[in-house]
Design a protein around this ligand. Structure first.
Ligand code: HEM
Ligand SMILES: [Ca+2]
Length: 653
């Protein structure tokens, strides 16, 4: 109910962020370890193989410990009703886990509850708000009337106003890079392959559309897309061992939630095997320099060139050149480190050299994320929650659940879409993002120019990333993945984010704000909570308590003094997830458990490395500032690449 804010005494914004706990799903206690789920060489293969919900679903007997059943259970992220059996199983498969020095590829056996294995259901902070209570998307407002359509919301409250931060574009790009390390929702499919959820030429879908279709219906006033429908497929629903959907519906994370560089190495044994030559200590490359080719993938190749589509540990690798750049830089860094270690440890096995290199790359991912990136995003909150890890060692907490919270991957972490600028500098060009999707050419031609543009030292001069606010560039709200020859047939990422939240039954924004201990929103005049444009929200939502989580989060103003880029509820959800990914990871890079961690000297040396050093060591860029999340300045001067401190690998001899 809206009421007059002037009647409410002004109070200070109380802002003391603590981490949240997830709901206690009965089935979260343990889930089966999945040594064997590497059957699938790609996400597509996984999706084809995922069993359809059976016609008749009997209550699960819990008796699914013969192999075929177990494999299918693992691949669909199903979970058992019998914790006892699972712990038995877990003990069997993770028997030697205390003697294991390296992470498994699929994240299994990280912790006693076996949380954090790929292709397992995500966790959640609050119970789902499905419209039917079990699985249908949230489509109605609190008074029972329909919610405004996702595209309608996108058009009404997410315009393309430009508002820049003082940061280079890497502040955005690192976020997407690590997002692909920690989250990935596989889409539902039909027995015949991918689902198409609109009629021909984007007309409204026929009546018998697949139940996993949840198309975005375009408003009558739509000018940017042809037709009346934008295809949207629901995320794959986790099933039990009998192929029956779990109730309430749960989504699956196809990648390991740990920051373990799984976008480089893969989250299943099959993908891991595809990115390296069996028995070798190196990752596969093309011509020693670039990512290997994925012959099963499609991308846009320039005629008359040798352009090819990339293969990496994550299937999203081809999306755009800045993402491809980080994939290439870390691929090269693995091979650079592995070659040195090979020489330093002549008696060691290739497998050990590979795993040791992988462990160092994983440590770099965590260090850059917690010490360089998160302080930029969360400001004070990063320190307050103990996320910054520049000194000392981290004590693993076995009760902290590292699994991805559905609210994080469906809404909060997508804040990064607001950071995306319209143009990406590459050499002396500034290329509109719509011209870069799915094209490997720029990285193959000139990785250095792509990378320099990303970290703000390219030739067109300073190019800043956008602020986190309600604004999104048209490159992603009108022209996402638009085919070059088919105008108005792109997608709207903001509509997708909103629709995805509804697909996953995410509760509205105000619920999370309250949970984070912030004062309630005082209706549609509450500029302090919902920002200067709150009146626009009033035009489309009936109550503040209907606002979609994603939309609410990017409306919240950044609190004065927070020194970060995000508002308080966003800081709360992001902080919670990154807290869980630090303290709930037995292999966190600075763990005090020396049996899996680094020696004091190794850690000390490792801590000198910054993203700048990694880029210097693997490109022909000649100078970078120590902190690439800030532009070069008097306090962050350009330093020749050979003077950046690196990891002393002789400490691993
Ligand atoms: C050019 C840059 C980017 C593009 C083109 C892009 C595009 C996309 C697309 C198409 C999706 C799938 C949407 C859906 O079906 O629900 C997605 C999901 C997502 N994006 Fe981005 N994105 C970009 C940058 C970022 C950044 C900077 C971040 C974070 C800081 C981010 C975080 C996410 C997350 C967490 C998801 C959900 C992934 C999952 O769990 O499946 N993205 N993005
Ligand atoms: Ca991972």
């Amino acid at each position: 109910q809206d009421y007059d804010i002037s009647l409410v005494a002004e109070e200070e914004e109380v802002y003391d962020i603590n981490v949240l706990t997830q709901t206690d799903n009965a089935d979260v206690v343990e889930s089966p370890p999945s040594k064997g789920n590497g059957r699938f060489s790609s996400l597509e293969a996984f999706q084809q193989a995922a069993p359809r919900p059976a016609e008749v679903c009997l209550p699960s007997s819990g008796e699914f410990y013969n192999m075929p059943e177990r494999l299918s259970a693992m691949s669909t992220g199903s979970i058992s009703s019998s914790a006892f059996r699972l712990s038995q199983d877990y003990r069997e498969l993770c028997l030697d886990f205390s003697s294991k020095k390296f992470r498994t590829i699929d994240g299994s056996c990280n912790n006693l509850r076996n949380w954090g294995t790929s292709f397992k259901p995500v966790s959640r902070i609050l119970p789902a708000r499905y419209q039917d209570g079990v699985g249908s998307p949230r489509t109605k407002a609190s008074d029972g009337t329909p919610l405004p359509g996702a595209r309608f919301v996108s058009l009404a409250v997410h315009p393309a106003v430009t508002d820049l931060t003082s940061r280079p574009i890497i502040a955005m790009q690192w976020g997407q890079w690590i997002d692909h390390d920690i989250t990935g929702f596989p889409a539902a499919t039909s027995p015949n392959g991918p689902l198409v959820c609109c009629g021909p030429n984007n007309t409204s879908p026929p009546a018998n559309t697949d139940p996993n279709c949840f198309p975005i219906l375009l408003p009558a006033s739509e000018e940017d897309f042809v037709g009346t429908c934008m295809s949207f497929v629901r995320s794959n629903a986790a099933t039990d061992a009998n192929g029956c959907q779990l109730k309430p519906r749960r989504q699956v994370n196809s990648v390991t939630p740990f920051l373990d560089a799984s976008q480089v190495y893969g989250s299943t044994d099959a993908v891991a095997a595809s990115v390296r030559d069996a028995g070798d200590f190196l990752l596969k490359t093309k011509n020693e320099k670039f990512l290997p080719e994925n012959v099963n993938s499609s991308c846009i190749r320039r005629p008359g060139t040798n352009d090819y589509c990339f293969l990496a540990g994550d299937f999203r690798v081809n999306q755009h050149p800045y993402l491809q750049s980080l994939h290439t830089v870390f691929l090269r860094d693995h091979n650079r480190i592995a070659r040195k270690l090979r020489a330093l440890r002549p008696n060691d096995s290739n497998e050990n050299i590979f795993q040791l290199s992988r462990k160092i790359i994983g440590a770099l991912q965590q260090m850059i994320t917690y010490n360089e990136w998160l302080p930029v995003i969360l400001g004070q909150t990063a320190k307050k929650l103990g996320l910054v890890s520049k000194t000392g060692r981290t004590k693993f907490q076995s009760r902290v659940d590292p699994r991805i919270l559905v609210e994080f991957s469906s809404a909060a972490m997508r804040f990064g879409h607001s950071l995306i600028p319209a143009e990406f500098p590459i050499g002396d060009r500034r290329v509109p993002l719509r011209q870069l999707f799915n094209r490997p050419g720029d990285v193959l031609d000139n990785l250095d120019d792509v990378t320099a543009g990303m970290v703000g030292v390219g030739t067109p001069g300073k190019r800043n990333t956008q602020k986190v606010d309600r604004n999104f560039v048209v490159e992603i709200t009108k022209h996402l993945f638009e085919p070059p020859t088919a105008p108005k047939r792109g997608l709207d990422l903001v509509s997708f984010n909103i629709q995805r939240g509804r697909d996953h039954g995410i509760a509205p924004y105000t619920t999370y704000r309250a949970l984070c201990g912030l004062r309630p929103v005082r209706g549609f005049k509450d500029v302090k909570a919902l920002g200067p444009n709150v009146a626009d929200l009033a035009k489309i939502y009936k109550s503040v308590n209907d606002i979609d989580l994603f939309t609410g989060l990017v409306h919240e103003p950044v609190l004065p003094g927070s020194n970060g880029l995000v508002g308080p509820t966003l800081a709360c959800i992001l902080g919670t997830q990154f807290y869980n990914l630090k303290f709930g990871d037995r292999f966190f890079f600075d763990t005090d458990d020396k049996s899996v961690g680094f020696t004091d000297k190794q850690l000390q040396s490792l801590r000198k490395v910054t993203l700048a050093k990694v880029i210097c060591a693997n490109t022909d860029i000649t100078a970078l500032p120590k902190d690439v999340f800030n532009f070069p300045s008097r306090s962050n001067p350009l330093i020749p690449c050979d003077r950046h401190e690196g990891l002393d690998l002789s400490l691993f001899a």
